[in-house]
Design a protein around this ligand. Structure first.
Ligand SMILES: [Zn+2]
Length: 334
């Protein structure tokens, strides 16, 4: 439920979308205070309020539409961050109502502070006093900027994206999802790159039966990366596809460890006008290799070859090529 470029399938996360849509109310309330519902208590999720608080930066003009204690207006940040001890001494209802215009008149913000300040609070208070002494209001209207867009204008879509800030990028997303390959093949490659295919390494971890060796070459351990790139069968397969197109130099080597890495490097060496076709070919090729792996595995099973299962056998390794007991059952000791 993430955007495509962050490794998801592009399906909207409805909960996050709800938070993003709620943020529209906060934005309109801030930028258009003349709306009839402005000033009412709008029920929004705490995540919405938190993201909104860090996402809107205000350029103060006359200070009438900027909250002194909670908006991000002084030095690009909030007073809560500049002077947390002082902020704690201000009652919540005052924080929600005091505008910059009101607070700067005769330093009336000082009267918002209730109770004694700690030593740390006194230091913050003096620093705040210095910062506010030179601050001048003017006649223009306060400007609020949504910081995730260069235009500074809020949109629910931008807010939705902002909830995913910090997520890991899925580098091949454009090559994968913009190709001409069928969706089922794209989804397979999406899983393979994220190492989510049920190959021996993952089956073994979960205690499920797994092939002792790669069913294609019977030489190495089976992983998704091996099946798609470094397997001798796969390399021969890619040579057969790429050679007729004069791209045999792109065939993966035995040392190739990652299908995604091989694809990324190879794609760059293909002429620009052929890249989309190349990407589609890589996806279809990977799908074909995966299907072939299934066929080989099934054939081995039908021939009576069992698969390994955790806990490992007494030899501490894998039981390669052990035949299942025949119709007469296992041989008994004499
Ligand atoms: Zn292999």
């Amino acid at each position: 439920m993430r955007p495509l470029d962050l490794g998801g399938l592009g399906i909207h996360n409805l909960e996050v979308m709800g938070w993003a849509l709620q943020m529209r109310w906060l934005w309109f309330e801030k930028t258009n205070p003349n709306r009839p519902w402005a000033g009412l208590e709008i029920p929004v999720h705490p995540n919405t309020t938190a993201l909104f608080a860090i996402s809107v930066v205000t350029t103060v003009g006359n200070g009438e539409n900027t909250l002194f204690w909670t908006d991000r207006w002084l030095l690009g940040t909030r007073l809560e961050d500049l002077a947390p001890s002082v902020f704690q001494a201000v009652p919540a209802r005052v924080r929600k109502a005091r505008t910059v215009a009101e607070a700067l008149v005769d330093h009336s913000w000082v009267s918002d502070i209730r109770g004694a300040l700690s030593l740390r609070g006194l230091v913050e208070y003096l620093e705040l006093w210095d910062a506010l002494t030179d601050f001048q209001l003017n006649n223009s209207v306060d400007q609020h900027h949504w910081k995730f867009e260069s235009s500074g204008t809020f949109s629910s879509q931008s807010a939705y994206r902002a909830f995913f800030i910090g997520s890991i990028q899925f580098e091949p997303w454009k090559r994968l999802w913009k190709s001409w390959a069928p969706n089922k093949c794209k989804i397979f490659v999406w899983l393979a790159i994220r190492n989510r295919c049920w190959t021996a390494d993952r089956l073994q971890k979960r205690g499920l039966p797994y092939p002792a060796r790669c069913p294609l070459c019977d030489q190495e351990d089976e992983t998704a990366q091996h099946i798609l790139t470094s397997c001798v069968f796969a390399r021969h397969f890619w040579l057969g596809i790429l050679q007729p197109m004069d791209l045999s130099s792109l065939v993966p080597t035995r040392q190739a460890k990652s299908f995604a890495e091989w694809w990324r490097k190879s794609w760059r060496k293909v002429p620009k006008q052929n890249r989309k076709g190349f990407n589609s070919l890589v996806i279809l090729g990977a799908w074909t290799l995966w299907k072939r792996r299934h066929l080989e595995r099934r054939a081995l099973r039908e021939a009576g070859f069992t698969e390994q299962r955790i806990p490992p056998a007494s030899n501490g390794g894998r039981i390669t090529g052990r035949c299942a007991p025949g119709p007469l059952g296992p041989r008994r000791p004499l």
